[in-house]
Design a binder for this molecule. Structure first.
Ligand SMILES: Cc1cc2nc3c(=O)[nH]c(=O)nc-3n(C[C@H](O)[C@H](O)[C@H](O)COP(=O)(O)OP(=O)(O)OC[C@H]3O[C@@H](n4cnc5c(N)ncnc54)[C@H](O)[C@@H]3O)c2cc1C
Ligand code: FES
Length: 262
Protein backbone atom coordinates (compact mmCIF):
# COMPACT_ATOMS: atom_id res chain seq x y z
CA UNK A 1 0.00 0.00 0.00
CA UNK A 2 1.58 3.24 -1.12
CA UNK A 3 1.57 6.44 0.81
CA UNK A 4 0.13 9.62 -0.64
CA UNK A 5 0.38 13.24 0.38
CA UNK A 6 -2.65 14.90 1.90
CA UNK A 7 -3.02 18.55 2.72
CA UNK A 8 -4.89 20.08 5.62
CA UNK A 9 -8.07 21.87 4.55
CA UNK A 10 -9.35 22.62 8.04
CA UNK A 11 -8.82 21.68 11.66
CA UNK A 12 -11.44 22.41 14.31
CA UNK A 13 -11.63 21.66 18.01
CA UNK A 14 -15.32 20.82 18.68
CA UNK A 15 -14.51 19.79 22.28
CA UNK A 16 -11.42 20.45 24.36
CA UNK A 17 -8.57 18.19 23.16
CA UNK A 18 -10.75 16.64 20.42
CA UNK A 19 -10.07 17.70 16.83
CA UNK A 20 -11.78 17.28 13.48
CA UNK A 21 -9.21 17.22 10.72
CA UNK A 22 -10.23 17.61 7.07
CA UNK A 23 -7.61 16.54 4.54
CA UNK A 24 -7.57 16.95 0.80
CA UNK A 25 -6.47 13.63 -0.74
CA UNK A 26 -5.46 12.80 -4.33
CA UNK A 27 -8.06 11.44 -6.78
CA UNK A 28 -6.19 8.13 -6.72
CA UNK A 29 -7.05 7.65 -3.01
CA UNK A 30 -9.49 4.69 -2.87
CA UNK A 31 -12.85 5.31 -1.24
CA UNK A 32 -12.72 3.72 2.24
CA UNK A 33 -15.44 1.52 3.71
CA UNK A 34 -16.76 1.99 7.27
CA UNK A 35 -14.33 0.55 9.81
CA UNK A 36 -11.21 1.08 7.70
CA UNK A 37 -8.40 3.28 8.92
CA UNK A 38 -5.40 5.27 7.69
CA UNK A 39 -1.86 5.69 9.01
CA UNK A 40 -0.77 9.32 9.27
CA UNK A 41 2.75 10.68 9.67
CA UNK A 42 4.52 13.97 9.34
CA UNK A 43 6.45 15.10 6.28
CA UNK A 44 9.95 16.59 6.58
CA UNK A 45 8.46 19.99 5.66
CA UNK A 46 6.08 20.03 8.63
CA UNK A 47 6.28 23.30 10.52
CA UNK A 48 4.83 21.91 13.74
CA UNK A 49 7.38 19.83 15.69
CA UNK A 50 6.92 16.22 16.75
CA UNK A 51 9.27 15.81 19.66
CA UNK A 52 11.85 13.50 18.01
CA UNK A 53 11.33 10.64 15.52
CA UNK A 54 7.89 9.13 15.44
CA UNK A 55 6.22 6.24 13.66
CA UNK A 56 2.97 6.67 11.74
CA UNK A 57 -0.22 6.46 13.81
CA UNK A 58 -3.56 4.79 12.97
CA UNK A 59 -6.83 6.74 12.76
CA UNK A 60 -10.27 5.54 11.72
CA UNK A 61 -12.03 7.19 8.84
CA UNK A 62 -14.59 9.57 10.31
CA UNK A 63 -15.99 10.64 6.94
CA UNK A 64 -15.06 10.59 3.28
CA UNK A 65 -16.32 12.31 0.17
CA UNK A 66 -14.39 12.25 -3.10
CA UNK A 67 -11.13 14.11 -2.51
CA UNK A 68 -11.80 14.79 1.15
CA UNK A 69 -10.94 12.60 4.15
CA UNK A 70 -11.99 13.46 7.70
CA UNK A 71 -10.40 12.22 10.91
CA UNK A 72 -11.69 12.84 14.43
CA UNK A 73 -8.92 12.54 16.99
CA UNK A 74 -8.23 12.99 20.67
CA UNK A 75 -4.98 14.57 21.84
CA UNK A 76 -3.30 11.92 24.01
CA UNK A 77 0.44 12.06 23.29
CA UNK A 78 3.30 12.93 21.00
CA UNK A 79 1.82 12.65 17.50
CA UNK A 80 -1.72 13.72 18.31
CA UNK A 81 -0.27 16.83 20.01
CA UNK A 82 1.65 17.56 16.80
CA UNK A 83 -1.53 17.01 14.76
CA UNK A 84 -3.44 19.42 16.99
CA UNK A 85 -1.09 22.17 15.80
CA UNK A 86 -1.47 21.49 12.08
CA UNK A 87 -2.72 24.39 10.02
CA UNK A 88 -4.49 24.66 6.65
CA UNK A 89 -2.15 24.04 3.71
CA UNK A 90 0.23 21.78 5.64
CA UNK A 91 1.04 18.39 4.16
CA UNK A 92 1.16 14.98 5.79
CA UNK A 93 1.68 11.42 4.58
CA UNK A 94 -1.37 9.17 4.44
CA UNK A 95 -1.31 5.41 3.96
CA UNK A 96 -4.61 3.68 3.36
CA UNK A 97 -7.39 2.88 3.44
CA UNK A 98 -6.19 -0.07 5.51
CA UNK A 99 -7.73 -3.07 7.23
CA UNK A 100 -11.09 -4.76 6.83
CA UNK A 101 -14.48 -3.12 7.32
CA UNK A 102 -17.78 -3.67 9.11
CA UNK A 103 -20.01 -6.12 7.23
CA UNK A 104 -23.14 -4.34 5.95
CA UNK A 105 -26.34 -4.80 7.99
CA UNK A 106 -28.10 -6.41 5.02
CA UNK A 107 -31.32 -8.17 5.95
CA UNK A 108 -31.13 -7.09 9.60
CA UNK A 109 -34.10 -5.36 11.21
CA UNK A 110 -32.71 -4.34 14.58
CA UNK A 111 -29.43 -2.50 13.98
CA UNK A 112 -27.66 -1.10 17.04
CA UNK A 113 -24.45 0.91 17.17
CA UNK A 114 -22.52 1.35 20.43
CA UNK A 115 -19.81 4.01 20.49
CA UNK A 116 -17.68 4.89 23.49
CA UNK A 117 -15.27 7.83 23.77
CA UNK A 118 -13.28 8.43 20.59
CA UNK A 119 -14.81 5.18 19.25
CA UNK A 120 -17.52 7.48 17.84
CA UNK A 121 -15.20 8.20 14.87
CA UNK A 122 -15.60 4.94 12.89
CA UNK A 123 -19.19 4.56 14.08
CA UNK A 124 -20.03 7.96 12.59
CA UNK A 125 -18.78 6.84 9.16
CA UNK A 126 -20.71 3.57 9.52
CA UNK A 127 -23.96 5.28 10.54
CA UNK A 128 -23.69 7.89 7.79
CA UNK A 129 -22.80 5.27 5.15
CA UNK A 130 -25.83 3.14 6.07
CA UNK A 131 -28.10 6.05 6.96
CA UNK A 132 -30.99 4.60 4.92
CA UNK A 133 -31.16 1.71 7.37
CA UNK A 134 -33.04 2.13 10.61
CA UNK A 135 -30.06 2.41 12.96
CA UNK A 136 -30.23 3.09 16.70
CA UNK A 137 -27.11 4.71 18.14
CA UNK A 138 -25.91 4.59 21.76
CA UNK A 139 -23.08 6.91 22.70
CA UNK A 140 -21.09 6.85 25.91
CA UNK A 141 -18.54 9.26 27.37
CA UNK A 142 -16.93 9.89 30.74
CA UNK A 143 -18.44 13.39 31.01
CA UNK A 144 -20.41 15.90 28.95
CA UNK A 145 -17.03 17.57 28.25
CA UNK A 146 -15.88 14.47 26.37
CA UNK A 147 -19.20 13.67 24.70
CA UNK A 148 -18.81 13.83 20.93
CA UNK A 149 -21.15 13.98 17.96
CA UNK A 150 -24.49 13.90 19.80
CA UNK A 151 -26.05 16.44 17.38
CA UNK A 152 -24.37 14.89 14.35
CA UNK A 153 -25.78 11.45 15.14
CA UNK A 154 -29.23 13.01 15.75
CA UNK A 155 -29.13 14.45 12.20
CA UNK A 156 -28.30 11.04 10.70
CA UNK A 157 -30.55 8.64 12.60
CA UNK A 158 -33.89 8.55 14.38
CA UNK A 159 -32.85 7.25 17.76
CA UNK A 160 -29.78 8.38 19.68
CA UNK A 161 -29.26 7.69 23.39
CA UNK A 162 -26.49 9.06 25.53
CA UNK A 163 -24.88 7.89 28.76
CA UNK A 164 -22.15 9.61 30.73
CA UNK A 165 -20.24 8.03 33.60
CA UNK A 166 -20.96 11.01 35.87
CA UNK A 167 -24.49 11.80 34.63
CA UNK A 168 -23.48 15.24 33.34
CA UNK A 169 -25.44 14.47 30.14
CA UNK A 170 -28.02 11.80 29.35
CA UNK A 171 -28.34 8.72 31.49
CA UNK A 172 -25.89 8.32 34.36
CA UNK A 173 -23.93 5.12 33.84
CA UNK A 174 -22.35 3.07 31.12
CA UNK A 175 -23.49 3.03 27.51
CA UNK A 176 -23.74 -0.76 27.75
CA UNK A 177 -26.65 -0.25 30.21
CA UNK A 178 -28.76 0.47 27.10
CA UNK A 179 -28.32 -3.07 25.85
CA UNK A 180 -31.76 -4.76 25.97
CA UNK A 181 -31.98 -7.91 28.07
CA UNK A 182 -33.60 -9.83 25.24
CA UNK A 183 -32.86 -9.25 21.58
CA UNK A 184 -35.28 -9.74 18.74
CA UNK A 185 -34.29 -12.00 15.83
CA UNK A 186 -32.37 -10.28 13.02
CA UNK A 187 -30.42 -8.13 15.47
CA UNK A 188 -26.94 -6.93 14.59
CA UNK A 189 -24.68 -4.86 16.82
CA UNK A 190 -21.67 -2.78 15.80
CA UNK A 191 -19.31 -1.24 18.34
CA UNK A 192 -16.10 0.68 18.91
CA UNK A 193 -14.84 2.03 22.19
CA UNK A 194 -12.55 1.34 25.14
CA UNK A 195 -11.57 -2.26 25.78
CA UNK A 196 -13.64 -2.30 29.00
CA UNK A 197 -16.76 -1.41 27.01
CA UNK A 198 -16.16 -4.10 24.39
CA UNK A 199 -15.38 -6.63 27.09
CA UNK A 200 -18.68 -5.81 28.84
CA UNK A 201 -20.52 -6.29 25.56
CA UNK A 202 -18.84 -9.67 25.16
CA UNK A 203 -20.25 -10.75 28.53
CA UNK A 204 -23.74 -9.37 27.82
CA UNK A 205 -24.39 -10.34 24.19
CA UNK A 206 -25.39 -13.94 23.55
CA UNK A 207 -23.06 -15.72 21.10
CA UNK A 208 -25.88 -16.26 18.59
CA UNK A 209 -26.34 -12.46 18.17
CA UNK A 210 -24.25 -10.96 15.41
CA UNK A 211 -21.86 -8.38 16.84
CA UNK A 212 -18.86 -6.78 15.14
CA UNK A 213 -16.31 -4.69 17.01
CA UNK A 214 -13.44 -2.49 15.91
CA UNK A 215 -10.31 -2.97 18.07
CA UNK A 216 -7.83 -0.16 18.65
CA UNK A 217 -4.49 -1.78 19.54
CA UNK A 218 -1.26 0.21 19.39
CA UNK A 219 0.31 -0.10 15.93
CA UNK A 220 3.73 0.42 14.40
CA UNK A 221 3.70 -0.64 10.73
CA UNK A 222 -0.05 -0.88 10.00
CA UNK A 223 0.47 -3.54 7.32
CA UNK A 224 0.96 -6.80 9.19
CA UNK A 225 4.76 -6.74 9.19
CA UNK A 226 5.77 -6.16 12.83
CA UNK A 227 3.25 -8.12 14.99
CA UNK A 228 2.97 -5.00 17.14
CA UNK A 229 -0.82 -5.17 17.11
CA UNK A 230 -1.28 -8.89 17.77
CA UNK A 231 -4.50 -10.03 19.49
CA UNK A 232 -5.72 -13.45 20.52
CA UNK A 233 -8.66 -14.81 18.55
CA UNK A 234 -10.71 -18.02 18.97
CA UNK A 235 -10.65 -20.33 15.97
CA UNK A 236 -13.75 -22.30 14.94
CA UNK A 237 -12.09 -25.33 16.55
CA UNK A 238 -12.09 -23.48 19.90
CA UNK A 239 -8.36 -22.88 19.97
CA UNK A 240 -6.57 -19.58 20.50
CA UNK A 241 -4.64 -18.10 17.62
CA UNK A 242 -2.87 -14.79 16.97
CA UNK A 243 -4.12 -12.22 14.47
CA UNK A 244 -2.93 -8.69 13.62
CA UNK A 245 -5.45 -5.94 14.18
CA UNK A 246 -4.04 -3.95 11.25
CA UNK A 247 -4.19 -6.69 8.62
CA UNK A 248 -6.84 -9.14 9.83
CA UNK A 249 -8.92 -6.41 11.53
CA UNK A 250 -9.54 -3.92 12.94
CA UNK A 251 -13.07 -5.36 12.78
CA UNK A 252 -13.65 -8.78 14.34
CA UNK A 253 -16.77 -10.72 15.36
CA UNK A 254 -17.07 -10.00 19.08
CA UNK A 255 -17.42 -13.68 19.96
CA UNK A 256 -14.04 -14.43 18.31
CA UNK A 257 -12.03 -12.04 20.49
CA UNK A 258 -10.22 -13.55 23.49
CA UNK A 259 -10.64 -11.22 26.47
CA UNK A 260 -8.27 -11.36 29.41
CA UNK A 261 -9.84 -12.56 32.66
CA UNK A 262 -12.94 -13.84 30.89
C1 LIG B 1 -7.43 0.99 14.02
C2 LIG B 1 -7.27 2.18 14.95
C3 LIG B 1 -8.08 3.27 14.76
C4 LIG B 1 -7.94 4.39 15.60
N1 LIG B 1 -8.76 5.46 15.38
C5 LIG B 1 -8.62 6.56 16.14
C6 LIG B 1 -9.43 7.71 15.88
O1 LIG B 1 -10.26 7.72 14.97
N2 LIG B 1 -9.24 8.80 16.67
C7 LIG B 1 -8.31 8.80 17.70
O2 LIG B 1 -8.19 9.81 18.38
N3 LIG B 1 -7.55 7.74 17.95
C8 LIG B 1 -7.66 6.62 17.20
N4 LIG B 1 -6.87 5.54 17.44
C9 LIG B 1 -5.87 5.63 18.52
C10 LIG B 1 -4.69 6.46 18.01
O3 LIG B 1 -3.99 5.72 17.04
C11 LIG B 1 -3.75 6.81 19.17
O4 LIG B 1 -4.41 7.68 20.05
C12 LIG B 1 -2.49 7.50 18.67
O5 LIG B 1 -1.70 6.56 17.98
C13 LIG B 1 -1.73 8.09 19.82
O6 LIG B 1 -0.54 8.64 19.30
P1 LIG B 1 0.31 9.67 20.16
O7 LIG B 1 1.68 9.73 19.57
O8 LIG B 1 -0.42 10.96 20.29
O9 LIG B 1 0.34 9.02 21.59
P2 LIG B 1 1.59 8.27 22.32
O10 LIG B 1 2.55 9.35 22.76
O11 LIG B 1 2.12 7.20 21.44
O12 LIG B 1 0.82 7.67 23.54
C14 LIG B 1 0.12 8.50 24.50
C15 LIG B 1 -0.79 7.65 25.37
O13 LIG B 1 -1.86 7.08 24.58
C16 LIG B 1 -1.89 5.66 24.74
N5 LIG B 1 -2.24 5.07 23.45
C17 LIG B 1 -1.61 5.23 22.27
N6 LIG B 1 -2.21 4.53 21.29
C18 LIG B 1 -3.26 3.90 21.87
C19 LIG B 1 -4.28 3.00 21.40
N7 LIG B 1 -4.36 2.57 20.15
N8 LIG B 1 -5.20 2.59 22.30
C20 LIG B 1 -5.16 2.97 23.57
N9 LIG B 1 -4.22 3.80 24.08
C21 LIG B 1 -3.29 4.25 23.25
C22 LIG B 1 -0.46 5.29 25.15
O14 LIG B 1 -0.42 4.07 25.85
C23 LIG B 1 -0.08 6.46 26.02
O15 LIG B 1 -0.58 6.32 27.32
C24 LIG B 1 -6.98 4.41 16.64
C25 LIG B 1 -6.16 3.29 16.82
C26 LIG B 1 -6.31 2.18 15.98
C27 LIG B 1 -5.42 1.00 16.16
S1 FES C 1 1.07 -2.75 13.35
FE1 FES C 1 2.65 -4.01 12.55
S2 FES C 1 1.65 -5.92 12.40
FE2 FES C 1 0.04 -4.57 12.91
Amino acid sequence: MEECLGSVVAIDEPKKDHFLLTLRVPESFSAPLPGQFVMLRQTPSSTAEVNGFSLPRPFSVYDFTAGSLMILFRRVGKVTSWMAHLSPGEALFIRGPLGNHFPPPTGKKNIMVFAGGIGVAPMHFFTKYFRKENIRVFVGAKTDGELLLHDTFCEICNEVKIATDDGSYGRCGLVTDFLPTSMEPKTVIYACGPKSMLQSLSMMIPAEVDCHVSLEERMACGIGACLGCAVEIWTVAGEKTIRSVCKDGPVFPLKNVVWENK
